[in-house]
Design a protein around this ligand. Structure first.
Ligand code: GAP
Length: 441
């Protein structure tokens, strides 16, 4: 089967995101600020749902993974030990005519012509450019108080390894998971939220014995791929790609990317890496603390290996938005619909009075209040009913409930399904049970 991106142009998603309050350009009133984006009222709910779905699968539903939330600014020695100060670099090249700077390995994507008159780009030698943002802790700027904004959440799990082992009842193999902001001074930020300077990550470090590494690496590749499929992303636009030896990060023994077919082509969505015992070994050497696992029963002591599934929250959101986007026609009218998995939909139920007169609004508000105590719901009485449906379809609301004339005769309401467009009458008393079944995930 040949795969095709869900939408032809990323602009379709950028425009929907702005129009419906998912994602706005940062500081837009000042002309926007490339590399950063803000999540609007719908986006913030979508983001929470994506993070909850991840946390639920990776931590809550498991007995072998615990959570962590560590600081963004860490001791600068963390980044020396991890190799980021020396190795976390991209090759930067500059055009000697127009001074444009780009990543050497991104040249093939460059569509910007040389702005110097009648000239082609003339690239200089590549320079290694460190991606970590530096700042100073304290009022005086000096090299002795340089600190970094973390470029990944992963190091928090390594430096807290002993704290977690000592304070919880984990048994190897076990994982430590974290969600939070990371920062990278990317040479080229492009493609909306795909690559930005400030972003969120959801990472898990799964500590194990070396001999378990290969099996667990395979297990986590499949486990993570299935997470996207279970949340409705089309299998035809997902694939696993193993890294070639020359692509491996400095710490990796092997690595696979889950790739998604974005409008701009197949690109990395999540990385699953077998990091060997690199991180704990380096932090043990640099901190003079012995970061090892001691088996209580056998007395065996060893430095665990680690398997790491590392996902960018913003990239996951871009994937869910893109894959859910559809345009269809109802009775000759075009509609845009986001067929988001209901677990991700910012709003689960919209409640409408058919009319803005008689007792329709009062009754609708009663029903709305009843639903709102259990589900993210919204009430809307503006415009005609068709327009109200369209508004909800565009933000991915799975269920719309309408209070109409018949409600006053037999206490039923119309329940309309976003995807099948099926409408059925449900007793108000039975509505909570109906929604419970619908939103059982
Ligand atoms: N701890 C390993 C690590 O950070 P990575 O492949 O550099 O590995 C993991 O990053 C994930 O974080 C990526 O697969 C991607 O989803 C996301 N990510 C990385 N850089 C990003 C950026 N500049 N903007 C948005 N997401 C990014």
């Amino acid at each position: 089967m040949t795969s095709k991106p869900k939408v032809e142009s990323l602009d379709t998603i950028v425009s929907l995101s702005k129009r419906r309050g998912f994602i706005f350009p940062s500081s837009e009133i000042y002309g926007g600020f490339a590399s950063c984006y803000d999540y609007g009222p719908m986006g913030v709910e979508l983001k929470r749902n994506v993070k909850d779905a991840w946390w639920n699968k990776m931590v809550t539903m498991r007995d072998d993974v615990v959570g962590l939330d560590c600081s963004i600014i860490m001791h600068p020695k963390v980044w020396e030990a991890s190799g980021h100060v020396a190795n976390f670099t991209d090759p930067l090249i500059e055009c000697s005519h127009c001074k444009l700077r780009v990543r050497e390995d991104h040249l093939e994507f460059l569509d910007q012509k040389c702005t110097s008159k009648n000239k082609e780009h003339s690239w200089g030698e590549p320079r290694q450019f460190n991606l970590m943002f530096k700042t100073n802790l304290g009022p005086v700027e000096s090299s002795s108080n340089t600190v970094y904004l973390r470029p990944e959440t992963a190091q928090g799990m390594f430096v807290n390894f002993q704290n977690v082992v000592d304070s919880s009842r984990v048994k190897i193999p076990f994982g430590i998971a974290q969600q939070g902001k990371s920062f990278r001074n990317e040479v080229s930020t492009r493609r909306f939220t795909f690559r930005t300077a400030e972003f969120e990550q959801m990472e898990m470090e799964y500590f194990c014995r070396e001999e378990e590494g290969e099996e667990l690496f395979k297990y986590w590749r499949e486990n993570r791929l299935n997470w996207f499929k279970d949340l409705g992303v089309s299998q035809s636009r997902l694939r696993l790609r193993d890294h070639k030896p020359d692509e491996l990060a400095h710490y990796s023994r092997c690595c696979s990317d889950i790739e998604y077919l974005f409008p701009f082509g197949w690109s990395e969505l999540e990385g699953i890496a077998w990091r060997g015992s690199y991180d704990l070994t380096k932090h043990s050497e640099n901190s003079n603390k012995n970061l090892v696992w001691r088996d209580q029963a056998s007395g065996e002591t060893f430095t665990p290996n680690v398997i790491e599934p590392a996902l960018g929250t913003d990239r996951a959101i871009l994937t869910f938005l893109t894959d859910a986007y559809e345009e269809d026609e109802i009775n000759g009218n075009k509609r845009t619909v986001l067929k988001l998995h209901p677990a991700l939909s910012p709003i689960k139920v919209a409640v409408f009075p058919l009319l803005r007169k008689d007792s329709h609004p009062e009754k609708s508000r009663e029903v709305y209040k009843m639903i709102k105590s259990s589900y993210a719901a919204t009430y809307d009485e503006s415009g005609n009913i068709g327009k109200r449906y369209r508004r909800q379809d565009e933000i991915g609301t799975p269920i719309c409930v309408t209070i109409d004339h018949q409600t006053f005769d037999d206490d039923t309401i119309t329940v309309r399904d976003r995807d099948t467009l099926e409408q059925q009458r449900v007793k108000i008393d039975a509505l909570k049970g109906f929604l419970f079944e619908k939103f059982k995930f």
